[in-house]
Design a protein around this ligand. Structure first.
Ligand code: AMP
Length: 288
């Protein structure tokens, strides 16, 4: 595995691969890798001749009072995991190289990005879309893999590719969970043992919704109120949002017809966690 830090070297390597007709797979990450990330790398391997994993804690997607500074980092462990997972290149640019001084062009979206996480984190998706567009230009992927764990991000990446005509196939990877149901996340590291126990309320609330749905409940208000009661019984938590939306438009549904995305964000102590469920059948969700 090669390690590249330079954006020009990354782009030159990718363009050379392209000229040789090699199919490039890409997995963007912010590091502190876990099995969720590794499953994305495995999917990319299946789809491509060469795989690039990027590791970049992107400052522009963090708000001024968010956890950019304390976001977990472990370079040596990430390097080893990437190598074991079969990445060909680990691309880890410095912030000053990714964002040259004086950069003024950004990628923004003004509909899907304003809801859910976008409502709680203004500017977050502008940062995400801008960095992903830049990474696509540097890595020149044929296929890029993103996790269903970040359902709204995945939806926005599909919109980015469609609206700006990136020649990239986007693949959605299933949510990888701990055995007890907690969705894996780099931020789980912040949880104290008690918070870790209470963090289970996210996947439990989703399971409750799934069970009620299976028994015939279709009213969003009923599902939301049952889920909210379950979550509020956990003293260390505070609900940020809970939404039942149409998966494509992300518009709220009063009643579930065929498909629905149930998405939630919950503060557990000082840590904000997200999770989601696709109905009718928990596609890509792996809920226990
Ligand atoms: P991050 O490093 O958190 O920005 O995530 C990088 C990629 O890994 C994104 O596409 C995430 O959706 C994906 N990802 C994060 N956690 C999981 C998980 N538990 N299961 C599957 N994919 C994940």
């Amino acid at each position: 595995m090669r390690i590249l830090a330079s954006v020009t070297e990354m782009q030159a390597t990718a363009l050379a691969w392209r000229r040789q007709g090699r199919r490039i797979g890409f997995v963007p990450t912010m590091g502190y890798l876990h099995e969720g990330h590794l499953s994305l790398i495995a999917l990319a391997r299946q789809q491509a001749d060469v795989v690039v994993v990027s590791l970049f804690v992107n400052p522009t997607q963090f708000g001024p009072h968010e956890d950019f500074e304390r976001y977990p980092r472990d370079w040596e462990r990430d390097r080893q995991l990437c190598e074991k997972a079969g990445a060909d290149i680990l691309f880890a640019p410095a912030t000053g190289d990714m964002y040259a001084p004086g950069a003024t062009v950004v990628v923004d979206e003004d509909q899907l990005s304003r809801m859910l996480c976008g409502a709680s984190r203004p500017g977050h998706f502008r940062g995400v879309l801008t960095v992903v567009a830049k990474l696509f230009n540097l890595v020149q992927p044929d296929v890029a893999v993103f996790g269903q764990k970040d359902a709204q991000q995945l939806r926005l990446i599909r919109q980015l590719v469609r609206d700006l005509n990136f020649p990239v196939t986007v693949i959605a990877a299933p949510i990888i969970r701990e055995p007890d149901g907690l969705a894996m996340s780099s931020r789980n590291k912040f949880l104290s043992p008690e918070e870790r126990r209470q963090a289970l309320c996210l996947s439990r609330a989703l399971r409750l919704a799934r069970d009620l749905y299976r028994r015939g409940e279709r009213r969003s208000e009923t599902l939301k109120s049952e889920m909210t009661s379950l979550i509020s019984a956990h003293a260390a938590t505070r609900l940020d949002y809970l939404a039942i939306q149409e998966p494509d438009t992300l518009l709220p549904l009063a009643e579930i017809g065929t498909d629905a995305l149930i998405a939630l964000a919950v503060w557990v102590g000082q840590t904000r966690l997200i999770d989601n469920l696709l109905l009718p059948d928990d596609r890509l969700g792996n809920l226990p």
